[in-house]
Design a protein around this ligand. Structure first.
Ligand code: PMP
Length: 390
């Protein structure tokens, strides 16, 4: 069996050693409450401020615009529920058909309470139509919420253009940028985005920490009451996680180099797979995509089967593409792209990080080649590579 290789970084990333090191004191001796008037409390408060400045630096926003939350799921809820609470007479939301469940499920539930939601469709490459967005805006639209980068396909939405349309029509604009942060250059100060969600554990920080950026002047009511975060998010700060988030943000100082590195790895992976499996299809190929994500329909083996065989060889990928994790329903993202069922149920997602190496991608290709040869050699009753007839 080969060395383990982890290609599931859109699900979560490894904690960076620098991040762990930065967090350690706050898990042991520096345990004071940052709201406490004690000397130790002040020291912790300063460290939280420093972390806030680091995350704000990565996002190009003011520190006063950043609210720490428990993760992007909470940030998304705060943005949507906050926008609706801000203007109770506005009962319409616009989002897309391919959002993360933290947006989709909330919107579906809001519909039961009488909120109307327009779900923008996507084309076969996962792209929205900005003309359709413009046409969907109504006088009672409370918020437009569109993800920056899709977690399953890596397809990027034209967020700056969409936010400019929203600004022109005086509608609040939120983006779930969870997968974009650290992989796309963002600058809140130069953008028309009003609200942005992100998460620590997608960029080598700890789990259970995220942020909502609220552009200056956008005063949403809190989801969780309390005096912390200037009254915008109550609850004693998750200090070790905040410190870790800050340290993680500082890993992305050379963002352009990291984007170029990931692009190179992803191209190696895609070119290699397409050479081995000519019937494979890379989803979203015609769209702008994240540099780290490749979602591929193999078309000649079911994704669950391939995932299992790769796992046996120490390679971790995801069927996030094919089935909702743990469930057997086909991906709502690939379904929304109107792909053939055969393509949907044979898709695997490979998502890379700064810690992946060219040798690991080469190893994946060797393993795939072995599986293909084994499939060709085996009988039809015990085939590694079966056609997706169902
Ligand atoms: N949005 C997107 C696009 C995501 O990929 C994720 C994580 N899978 C989330 C939101 C939720 O993030 P968190 O785990 O921080 O709640």
């Amino acid at each position: 069996m080969s060395e383990p290789a982890y290609f599931d970084n859109n699900a979560t990333t490894a904690l960076a050693p620098e991040v762990l090191e930065a967090m350690m004191p706050y898990l042991s001796t520096l345990y004071a409450n940052p709201s406490s008037a004690s000397r130790l409390g002040a020291q912790v408060k300063d460290a939280v401020s420093e972390a806030r400045a680091s995350v704000a630096g990565l996002l190009g926003c003011r520190t006063s615009e950043l609210v720490f939350t428990s993760g992007a799921t909470e940030s998304n809820h705060m943005a949507i529920l906050g926008a609706l609470a801000l203007a109770p007479e506005k009962r319409h939301l616009i989002t897309s058909n391919v959002e993360h469940p933290s947006i989709m499920l909330l919107c579906r539930d809001l519909e039961l309470t009488g909120i109307e939601v327009t779900y923008l469709p996507v084309d076969t490459d996962g792209r929205i139509d900005l003309g359709q967005l413009t046409e969907s805006i109504r006088p009672d639209t409370a918020l437009i919420s569109l993800m920056w980068a899709n977690n399953e396909t890596g397809v990027l939405f034209p967020i700056e253009e969409a936010a400019a349309i929203a600004k022109f029509r005086r509608v609040l604009f939120h983006t779930d940028a969870t997968q974009a942060v650290g992989k796309v250059r963002l600058n809140m100060l130069e953008s028309a985005v009003d609200l942005l969600s992100c998460s620590g554990h997608k960029l080598h920080g700890p789990k259970g920490i995220g942020a909502l950026i609220l552009r200056k002047g956008v005063a949403l009511p809190p989801l969780i009451y309390g005096h912390q975060e200037r009254g915008r998010r109550g609850g004693t700060e998750n200090v070790p996680a905040i410190i870790g988030f800050g340290a993680a943000a500082r890993l992305f100082g050379d963002l352009d180099a990291q984007i170029a590195y990931l692009n190179g790895l992803r191209n190696q992976l895609e070119q290699g797979v397409l050479a081995l499996v000519p019937e494979a299809i890379v989803h979203g190929l015609a769209a702008e995509r994240l540099p780290n994500t490749s979602n591929i329909a193999f078309n000649m083996i079911e994704s669950e089967e391939l995932l299992h065989r790769l796992e046996q060889q120490g390679i971790t990928a995801a069927t996030g593409a094919a089935c909702a994790a743990g469930g057997s329903r086909p991906s709502h993202v690939l379904s929304a792209m109107s792909l053939r069922r055969e393509a949907i149920v044979s898709s695997l997602r490979f998502s890379l990080s700064r810690y992946n190496r060219r040798e690991e991608v080469a190893q994946l290709l060797v393993v795939l080649q072995g599986l293909i040869q084994a499939g060709k050699a085996s009988t039809t009753t015990d085939s590694a590579l079966v056609s997706c007839a169902h």
